[in-house]
Design a protein around this ligand. Structure first.
Ligand code: AQP
Length: 332
């Protein structure tokens, strides 16, 4: 049976990239598959967090899932730290993971930057915890943005290492699902950098809770080049900002990139940006309003998370017990 697992870190400023690259793609999947959507709060701790803000962001990401259309009755929504089996399995897996595999992870290199020696062990080991998140549910598919592809490939390698070590097919090898027309949404200020929650420039990203005016302002200020829009996608090749905005417009309107560009070929950016603002405000405005209504009811959100954690534990704990038993741990 196919089972979906995916998650988002509650590190604040949930943005258009998280929506188009991940959350939006989950909506259709819930009709076809058993879906587990996590708020990965333990991953958030790999960077310093304000405790009160982290709790608030955890509720905010939950609200975003529901506001975007994830049904908490049909899907399991919970925060990672409520199910201790994640960290327990992570230890078993970390004992099977060669350091060389982790050294290849580009996200660690980007996040650790120049101060690599000072980076936390958690940041380095993050992909092993992510593998545990997925394998604990024997998930077969993991819908993510393009930036997470390498981590899913590592999760496959780790699952294979466990299966080989103990000579059995215990963990399925999870498949990354990277789909849509905006699998890698770039910063509005620099088309060569990923749109990110932690970017210090507020104008680099559109947050799901931005007001309509703010969304329009950010799009007006988005970096572009002086040329009008071309008529073929191939001509966008060396124009990263234009390429990014066309991808966003296509994803928001449910068009192919070719069709989106076709509507504005030969026109200048001001007309295109106006249409892009309208599309963004329509989609995100609805989600943002719903999120605000949900955020005003923390009791409801906490109830969703509690119930989701219970359902998650019912799947995770037997898998962990079996993995422990296979690994030779005595549980008298
Ligand atoms: N720019 C993006 N374009 C498309 N998809 C994206 N995702 C993130 N940024 C983009 C996808 O969103 C999901 C959740 O990501 P995450 O919160 O677990 O971590 P991240 O990838 O590290 O996201 P950020 O926004 O860049 O956060 P910070 O700044 O905290 O590192 C994933 O499916 C991811 O692919």
């Amino acid at each position: 049976m196919n089972r979906i697992f995916s998650g988002i870190q509650p590190t604040g400023n949930l943005h258009l990239g998280n929506y188009l690259g991940a959350i939006r793609n989950w909506i259709d999947l819930q009709n076809e598959f058993e879906c587990i959507f996590c708020i990965v709060d333990l991953h958030a701790l790999t960077q310093p967090q304000d405790p009160a803000e982290l709790r608030g962001s955890t509720r905010e990401v939950t609200a975003a899932y529901i506001a975007a259309g994830i049904d908490p009755e049909r899907c399991t929504i919970f925060n990672q730290s409520m199910v201790s089996a994640h960290t327990e399995l992570a230890w078993l897996l970390s004992c099977l993971t060669p350091i060389g595999w982790l050294n290849r992870m580009t996200q660690f290199k980007e996040k650790a930057g120049k101060h690599r020696e000072m980076a936390g062990l958690g940041l380095y080991a993050y992909p092993v915890l992510m593998a545990a998140d997925i394998l604990l549910y024997k998930a077969t598919h993991v819908p993510v943005g393009e930036d997470q592809k390498q981590h899913i490939e590592l999760a496959r390698d780790i699952a294979g290492a466990f299966n080989r070590r103990y000579e059995r097919d215990f963990f399925p090898l999870p498949e990354p699902q990277i789909f849509g027309t905006a699998t890698r949404v770039m910063s509005l200020r620099d088309g060569t950098k990923k749109m990110s929650k932690s970017d210090s420039s507020d104008y680099s990203r559109i947050n799901l809770t931005d007001s309509g005016e703010m969304i329009a302002l950010k799009i007006r200020r988005a970096k572009t080049d002086p040329e009008p829009l071309p008529s073929t996608i191939a001509d966008l090749e060396h124009r990263p900002e234009a390429d990014n905005l066309i991808g966003i417009y296509a994803a928001l309107c449910g068009l192919s990139r070719e069709d989106a560009l076709g509507k504005f070929a030969g026109r200048n950016f001001s007309a295109f940006k106006e249409a892009l603002s309208e599309a963004a405000v329509e989609v995100l405005g609805r989600i943002g309003d719903h999120m605000r209504r949900l955020m005003a009811e923390p009791g409801y959100i906490d109830g969703v998370l509690r119930c989701g954690a219970e359902r998650a534990r019912a799947i995770a704990e037997p898998v962990l017990r079996e993995a422990q038993q296979i690994s030779g741990l005595l549980r008298p």
